[in-house]
Design a protein around this ligand. Sequence first.
Ligand code: GLY
Length: 311
Amino acid sequence: MQPKLIIHGGAGSSLKGKGGVEAVRRSLLSILETVYSSLLAGQSAQDAVVQGCQLLEDDPRFNAGTGSVLQSDGQIRMSASLMVGTTQRFSGVINVMRVKNPIQLAAFLQQQPDRILSDVGALELVRELQLPPYQPLTEQRLQEWLQDRQNNFQRSMADVVAAGETTPEGRYGTIGVVALDQAGRIAAGTSTGGKGFERIGRVSDSAMPAGNYATAHAGVSCTGIGEDIVDEALAARIVVRVTDGLSLYDAFDRSFQEAQHRQRDLGAIGLDATGNIAWGKTSEVLLAAYHTGERMGDTLEWHGDARVGHP
Ligand code: GLY
């Protein structure tokens, strides 16, 4: 079967100026091409998702891994999860610190009896796996935090991308990858530095089935305000609808109609086992890119009232 792939680097208000859009597009398309080549070479959906999340975490432009935003106490705590559709198995880490690729921990936990670890447990796992201590802080994120501290943390979320030009109100970061491999298997992965400036101990949707979910029929990764995503149980809601027989597009459409009605601020990407790809947003922009097998495309300049799209 022809592999399919969709990735995202967050959602938010607008990316100001061509410079911002082009830089984000270059990052997303380069990662998309690399991961799609791996899928074409026979890589499993699970490994492709881990590879894609790692590349997005390593890009300081996005709010996950290197380039994660700081919490209210000036610390970086990251969350990531992986869900494999064929086994319908979820694993993840919540609020882990000083590690380069949180998605690696989620991947390791796939085969463990205890599959979701939070702060102390996640740190203990980092030590157990002998991963080198890593500082994901970038100068840009530090400056943003210092500036926001001066404004007494008035913002509700950090910027969607760290580098490039963003409007002051452009905010929500998280990265995600959903893949369908040659054997027809689906996997979904999501990773984040959180909303930024949040209270210590706040738990992100990215390491919950609300923000990242897959079955043998479909997979979805979400971005946006975690509390809104949790309230909608968005990833699970869309995937279960597809699993119960709704088309991917209709499942996105119905779920985003409901989310918009409740004035949520979020976005999502997904694909199904027959190779359909879809995305949706209630926010102004969604930073997503996809590979259909025939062509690559992105949603960076997809504005306006449309809630849901497909290639
Ligand atoms: N969606 C990322 C977060 O709210 O933590």
